[in-house]
Write a protein that binds this ligand. Structure first.
Ligand SMILES: Cc1ncc(C[n+]2csc(CCOP(=O)(O)OP(=O)(O)O)c2C)c(N)n1
Ligand SMILES: [Mg+2]
Length: 584
């Protein structure tokens, strides 16, 4: 019998799952785990704050379709990773978190006074899909398998395993067989029932104007080609959730870009049938309700999801299909191709032509801001210039308040699964680590992270993480020296008329909305990264090119006009989203 440890068993299980990277900060309490990962060739990528490990794992998982693994050590390490876990679970990214805890004799329940200890499973079980403690070495493999099974079931999210230091590091005489993934979990995606595919095809062929609404499920299933085929066979416009932007490249004539909200509203009100794929129709989709969508009495819904709990949750489904998005869309495309001549696409073509005109008009209206060449720059230039300089395959990460809104409004998603943010949680600072995780996942192209100065202030230390790990991230920090989005909202609460007339209140008229300056370019240089500062829109392109050309992590500190920055386009829509839609 060989001698092993709980940490070694877990490390070998992750290796069998094909895990190549684990994100986290080392600690003696799980030396048995990470030293074995290292020995097995699993790379440990180390940030400087545990919450960043969770975001790096989440971004890595979303961009690669693999499992994102992070780790944190008992007490403070776990306390630090909690916000990251809450966000990654909410965003629906497939993350396994392994933590150490103190020895079972003094925790679960806490004896009182245990050092670096709190009820970790109690806390995490409220914000994850599944969270359990391993009580003894005998159960490491079994609970490890249960955790991994949960990772791959239903909607992706966070799964947590809490392992005592004595189990992680202790020496046990045992031969623990490592099962292959197909021996303990489903490894094939769920296929749709053929009769449902047939019914869906018939409904979509007969509808006057069917549309497709795609959510993150399409990203996780990697169903981009299949989505395009179905949309083109039906000549159906495609709207998306914010998080699924670009699943159909926004250059495709059928794509309705999410930032053009009034066109989205119109399309969703014209449709008599909507095929919802991989979306639960949450609040940022207005719950699928009127006046943003047509009423259910006039609009049927086919809903397809790999999580049965999502089906019909927010809007009644005429056809609810429990299936993987890619398999469903592939089967549907096959069916539709056979009955191609049964679909009269002419009325749909006329509608789509009308939407294209409206999209062009809304785009042109937004782009008028680009004529403004004043200094410090109009924030419209930031994402617009990034779009021109970075390759289309580069991942764009958007973080901050108005900085993220401007970034969304002035970028086009041209390649599927190249846009990251925390669309559900709006977590300031998460973007810094998401960008690092993206660079680990996609080392071939530089990552562009457009981020507010408030947001960047949460995690500037991770520029050093990017440097140390050779991650090519360009952080474009939008500096207005204020909590811009909240300041705008506050001004309207305090003095709406004066705000409208003067565009901004005086410095003593707002409450704690201003920030001092951080020279993010200097800070970057202090960590060995490339740093620049730009205020003139004419200089931005060259500065970004130098940043990319530096071949290392870079920070471009961009001074924007703080008043213009507050008046970000589309803000009213974000405000309205906080109210329950009036319709059903
Ligand atoms: C972690 C976190 N804390 C607080 C908020 C509330 N909040 C939303 S936007 C915002 C201001 C963001 O400032 P900045 O990042 O500088 O972006 P700006 O709006 O100035 O572009 C705040 C405080 C949040 N979303 N996340
Ligand atoms: Mg700001």
């Amino acid at each position: 019998m060989t001698e092993t440890s709980g940490g070694e068993v877990l490390a070998r299980m992750l290796q069998a799952e094909g895990v190549e990277k684990v994100f986290g900060i080392i600690d003696g309490t799980y030396f048995g785990f990470y030293s074995n990962l290292h020995k097995l060739g699993v790379e440990i990528v180390t940030p400087r704050h545990e919450t960043c490990a969770a975001h790096m794992a989440g971004a890595y998982a979303r961009l690669t379709g693999r499992l994102g693994v992070c780790m944190a050590s008992n007490g403070p390490g776990v306390a630090n990773i909690l916000p990251g876990l809450a966000v990654e679970n909410a965003e629906g990214n497939r993350v396994l978190c392994v933590t150490s805890c103190r020895r079972p004799q003094i925790v679960y329940p806490d004896r009182g006074g245990a050092y670096q200890s709190f009820d970790q499973v109690g806390a995490i079980s409220h914000l994850a899909k599944w969270s359990k403690a391993v009580v003894s070495f005998d159960r490491v493999a079994e609970l490890g398998r249960t955790a991994l099974r949960n990772c791959w079931e239903g909607r992706p999210g966070v799964v947590h395993l809490d392992v005592p230091e004595t189990v992680m590091n202790g020496k046990f005489k045992a031969d623990v067989p490592i099962w292959q993934p197909h021996q303990y979990r489903r490894t094939e995606p769920v296929a749709p029932p053929p009769a449902q595919v047939e019914r869906a095809a018939a409904m979509l062929a007969e509808a006057e104007l069917p549309i497709i609404h795609a959510g993150s499920g399409v990203v996780h299933a990697g169903a981009f080609e299949e989505l395009r085929r179905v949309a083109e066979l039906l000549h159906a416009p495609v709207t998306t959730s914010w998080a699924a932007r670009g699943v159909l490249p926004e250059t495709n004539e059928l794509a309705i870009p999410m930032p053009l909200i009034s066109v989205n509203n119109e399309v969703r009100n014209d449709a008599d049938l909507v095929l919802v794929v991989g979306s639960r129709l949450g609040e940022t989709d207005w719950w699928g309700k009127a006046p943003y969508w047509r009423r259910p009495s006039e609009q049927q819904m086919i809903q397809v999801d790999a999580d049965g709990h999502v089906l019909g949750a927010n809007k009644p489904a005429a056809l609810a299909v429990f299936a993987d998005a890619r398999l469903f869309l592939a089967a549907l495309a096959e069916r539709l191709a056979v009955a191609r001549d049964r679909v009269n696409t002419d009325p749909r073509r006329r509608k789509v032509a009308k939407y294209r005109e409206k999209i062009a008009a809304e785009r042109a209206k937004l782009d008028e801001k680009l004529a403004d060449m004043s200094v410090p720059m109009n924030p419209a230039h930031v994402a617009h210039t990034c779009q021109q300089v970075f390759p289309p395959e580069s991942v764009l990460v958007a973080d901050g308040g108005n900085a993220a809104v401007w970034a969304m409004m002035f970028s086009e998603s041209r390649v599927p699964n190249c846009m990251l943010s925390t669309f559900k949680m709006g977590m300031l600072g998460a973007g810094v680590a998401q960008a690092c995780g993206a660079a680990v996942a996609r080392p071939d192209h530089p990552v562009c992270c457009i981020i507010g100065d408030g947001a960047m202030g949460f995690h500037p230390q991770e520029v050093e993480t990017a440097m140390r790990n050779g991650l090519r991230v360009v952080f474009v920090v939008v500096c207005d020296r204020q909590w811009g989005m909240v300041k705008m909202n506050q001004q309207f609460m305090l003095k709406p008329l004066k705000t409208l007339v003067r565009k901004s209140l005086g410095p003593d008229e707002t409450i704690k909305a201003d920030l001092g300056e951080i020279r993010f370019d200097d800070l970057a240089r202090s960590m060995g990264a490339h740093g620049e500062r730009v205020a003139d829109p004419r200089d931005l392109g060259a500065a970004l090119e130098r940043a990319i050309g530096s071949g290392r992590a870079a920070v471009v500190h961009v001074d924007v006009d703080p008043v213009k920055h507050m008046w970000a386009p589309g803000l009213m829509h974000f405000k309205d989203m906080h109210l329950e839609p009036k319709g059903k």
